[in-house]
Design a protein around this ligand. Structure first.
Ligand SMILES: [Zn+2]
Length: 172
């Protein structure tokens, strides 16, 4: 009886070894990854090698390949996206000036809040005043009901802020 059990055990071990062997990266695969990670998406490499995207990514980090934006799994990053307009405009300052000209109060009010936060005049909470949910500090935004009162702000999460702004626009 013990012999059978033993041979079974060995069989299991062999199966396990086979599995590990199958998953281990061959030199050719690593070479392929090294040669192609800059020009091809990780997902394409994964398809080509018959591995998961995660496996390819972790191997890439393991051998020290620095992933660039082009390796995003969704393949919609940057210039691959239909909405891509060529990155931040080189005329950024020009557009800023237009904003100041068009909405002077808004720009001034935002600047005032920014300064007040920097000088600890205002304190930014971590809870949205409307939905009472807790967020990270960077996710809470100051909502102006009236740009004439620059320091009179409601602290809202992005979602509530969007809603609040919409209500304001609809009223106006
Ligand atoms: Zn909220």
């Amino acid at each position: 009886m013990p012999e059978v059990a033993c041979s079974n055990h060995v069989g299991l071990m062999e199966d396990k070894m086979k599995k590990i062997k199958r998953n281990r990266w061959t030199k050719e695969e690593i070479k392929y990854l090294k040669e192609n990670y800059k020009v091809t998406f990780y997902s394409d490499i994964a398809k080509c090698l018959g591995r998961t995207h995660d496996a390819v990514t972790s191997m890439a980090t393991k051998i020290g390949l620095k992933s660039c934006k082009r390796n995003r799994p969704k393949e919609q990053g940057g210039d691959r996206n239909d909405n891509w307009k060529g990155g931040i405009s080189k005329n950024n300052y020009h557009y800023k000036k237009i904003q100041v000209k068009r909405y002077p109060k808004r720009v001034r009010a935002r600047g005032a809040v920014y300064d007040a936060l920097k000088n600890f005049v205002l304190h930014k909470p971590t809870i949205c005043e409307k939905c009472k949910k807790t967020f990270g500090k960077c996710k809470i935004e100051g909502h102006h009901k009236d740009y004439d009162k620059p320091l009179d702000v409601n602290w809202l999460c992005a979602r509530c802020h969007r809603k609040a702004d919409k209500i304001m626009v609809d009223k106006a």
